[in-house]
Every structure is written in C-alpha cells, then in structure tokens.
Design a protein around this ligand. Structure first.
Ligand SMILES: [Zn+2]
Length: 401
C-alpha cells in the first residue's frame, strides 16, 4: 500500500513538472518561479515583465515542494540532490509539443526551503542576424559594423538583465567568428554555447573569480575577448586596459540607463576620463518591449493631449499608424505577442572623446553626439516603433523619457 502510494506520488510529480513546463511554453513566458512559502508552494510565471500565478497552480501543498524540486534537479542531470544549502545552476533540455526547448535554472536556499527560477531560453537561442536585431535600420547597422571592423577597443552592450544582451552578443560573435579570428569569453554563467569560441566559466568554488580569469585569459594569442559584465572598478579597468594596450577587441556588458550615462558610469567607478576615451568605441543599449498582437490590434483614436511628453512632431502625429491592444485566442487574450527589441547606439567618435576628456557634461555630450549623427537614442527608437503601430502608447510612454 505504502509502496503504491509512493509510486503514484512519483508519477504525479513527474506529470506536474512536465505539465508546468508545457504550460510555460504555451503561454510564452520568460520565467517560471517555484517558491516555497510558510504553508504552501507558490508557482508564478513572468511574461512581458509581469508576474502572475497561472490558472490551476494557485494551491500547491507544501508537502510536495521537496519532491518537485528533486524532480527538477534530476532533469538537469547535473544538480546535486543532497546540496540544499547552496545555490546551484543547471539547465534542462526538453522536447515540448514537438520542439526542443532549453531552460536555464537557478536553485537557491530560502528560509522556507529551496526556491527555483526556471528561465526559458527560447527567445535567446534564436539566431538573429545583425540586420534583424537593428530592425533593418541601415544607418544603425552601418555605425555598428564600422566599429566591429576596428581591431581594438571596447564595445559595450547596456541595459537591464533579460533584455536580450546575450542574444545580441552571440550574433555579434557569430559575425566576427571565422577561421581567422581567435575568440575567448569569460562568463558567469555561460548563457549560450557558441561555436568557434573558447568559453570560460567563472567558478568561485575553484578560485576562478572574474579578475583571476581576466588576468589569465588576456594572455596569449587572442583577437576578441568577451567579458560578461563590467561591474566593479577592477574589472572595468582591466577591460579598458586590454582594449587599449593589448590590441584586442573587447566586448562586454554594463547596467546603465542610456548611452550617454554609460560614459559617466566609468568616471563614477573611479576610472579617469582619458582612459575611457582611449578605449571605448561604441555603446549599444537594449530594451525589450511588448509587441502588439498583429492578429487583433485595433486602431487607437488618441487625443491630442495624450501625445504630450512623447516628443512626437505634428507630422509624426498626422502620419502615424497608432494601435492599441485587444486580445484574441492567438495571444491568450493579452493583446500582445512576442517581444520587440528597442535599440540605442552611441559611437564614441574622436570629437566626442575630446569633449569628454575636457569635462563636457551629459547634456553637452548628447547635443554633440546628435549633431554628429552618431547617437540614436532609445526614445527615438521607441517613437519610430510607436508611429509604425508595433507598440501601444503605454509601452511608448515607458521608454520615451
Ligand atoms: Zn491577439
């Protein structure tokens, strides 16, 4: 009797986890959270930046929590079942509804037990060309490519987490990769496995931290070095030094609000202006926005006053195609489908570098960059997509600050 019960429970847990991943894929979510609470277990999905409890998952008995976590750990084939007091990373490959999906996982201890964040890599694993990433904007692609061609210096990708920086970098590395180029990456964790690239995983337990990895990996014969994130002074300083003195092309990421503020972020970290100016060549900013469902979006009749603060011209308002969300079965009645990348680009040209070293402030830098035609801001990109009817006014407001 007892045995039968255990077998049934196992089967139920296996089915529960399978169904959960399938539901997440069906709903097109970016993250699944399985969170232990004091008296129950909570499951939440994140889609289009919003967290919600999916239907049918609102009351999971706490007694099953451990079994669910164990089943997921088993699926990763690498996570340790008996390690419960330390965070673990892993990934699951799974065929769902006839397609292969990859999920990245983070399990970490909380006061109520282990919490899991399952991250759907589907969006990230799609291969995009540079043209697609820049929405075929010829001018932006030209600026991007002429900086990629430079043999040395730093190219930075900015924006919050999960905006698609990894996808962008993978596409960039893909464009650079070839038999004549040696590429090395330092990542924490390795997000996307790439061909023709030596990928180094930071491993704190083995004493391989960021600075140690950087110091050893920048030796030897390398053309392109990708460093996952410039967060502290030391890492940023080494990255700039490598871009400057070693003659490598360095790619990296940073959390900043916009291209112009990125320049000053280095100064805030304690890096001298001349150093930033010598090594930094290009900043590419990224955001993700909710794309209106093309199957059900409706024409929006907007009042003159509603356009205030968006920075649109009279001509934009007259010629724009403005739409709003409605909802149909193709978009699970949300009115939105898929993600749309908003891109920003700032080329750090000779004259901008000179002005920066001489102490120009953010406003002066922005004016100069605009005058030279080397700064396409996030707000501009947002306006373009709003006028084109790809996003609604609520989304446009978020990014036209
Ligand atoms: Zn729809």
């Amino acid at each position: 009797m007892l045995n039968a019960e255990i077998i049934n429970k196992d089967e139920e847990i296996v089915k529960f986890v399978d169904d959960l991943l399938e539901e997440a894929v069906k709903q097109g979510v970016s993250d699944v959270h399985i969170e232990p609470q004091a008296t129950n277990t909570r499951v939440r999905f994140r889609k289009d930046r919003k967290l919600y409890i999916p239907e049918g998952y609102d009351n999971i008995p706490k007694q099953l929590h451990e079994y669910i976590i164990a089943r997921i750990k088993v699926l990763t084939k690498t996570m340790k079942l008996d390690v419960k007091k330390r965070p673990q990373d892993g990934r699951i490959k799974s065929n769902i509804l006839g397609r292969d999906f990859v999920f990245r996982l983070l399990v970490y201890p909380t006061i109520h037990g282990e919490s899991i964040n399952i991250f759907n890599m589907d969006d990230y694993l799609q291969q995009y060309t540079v043209e697609e990433l820049f929405n075929n904007d010829i001018n932006l692609i030209k600026i991007f490519r002429r900086n990629l061609k430079k043999e040395e210096g730093l190219i930075l990708f900015t924006g919050p987490t999960t905006v698609g920086k990894s996808t962008f970098i993978a596409s960039t590395i893909n464009e650079l990769a070839g038999t004549g180029v040696k590429i090395r990456t330092i990542e924490d964790p390795v997000e996307l496995q790439m061909d023709n690239t030596d990928q180094v995983q930071i491993d704190l337990y083995q004493g391989l931290d960021m600075t140690a990895a950087l110091r050893s990996c920048c030796r030897g014969d390398v053309d392109v070095l990708y460093i996952c994130e410039l967060r502290q002074f030391e890492v940023a300083h080494i990255a700039l030094e490598i871009g400057l003195n070693k003659g490598y092309k360095v790619l990296s990421t940073m959390h900043t609000n916009n291209g112009i503020s990125t320049l000053f972020r280095f100064t805030e970290m304690g890096i001298k202006e001349y150093m930033t100016a010598s090594a930094l060549e290009l900043v590419v900013g990224l955001r993700r926005t909710k794309k209106l469902c093309p199957h059900c979006k409706e024409k929006a009749d907007l009042l003159e006053s509603e356009f205030e603060g968006l920075g649109l011209t009279e001509e934009d308002i007259q010629n724009g195609k403005f739409y709003k969300a409605k909802g149909c079965d193709k978009c699970f009645n949300t009115g939105y489908t898929g993600k749309l990348a908003l891109v920003e680009i700032l080329e750090f040209t000779r004259s901008l570098k000179d002005a920066f070293v001489k102490g120009a402030d953010a406003d002066e830098m922005e004016k100069l960059a605009k005058k030279e035609g080397v700064y396409h801001s996030l707000a501009e990109d947002t306006r373009k997509k709003f006028i084109n009817g790809d996003i609604d006014i609520e989304e446009a407001r978020i990014f036209t600050f």
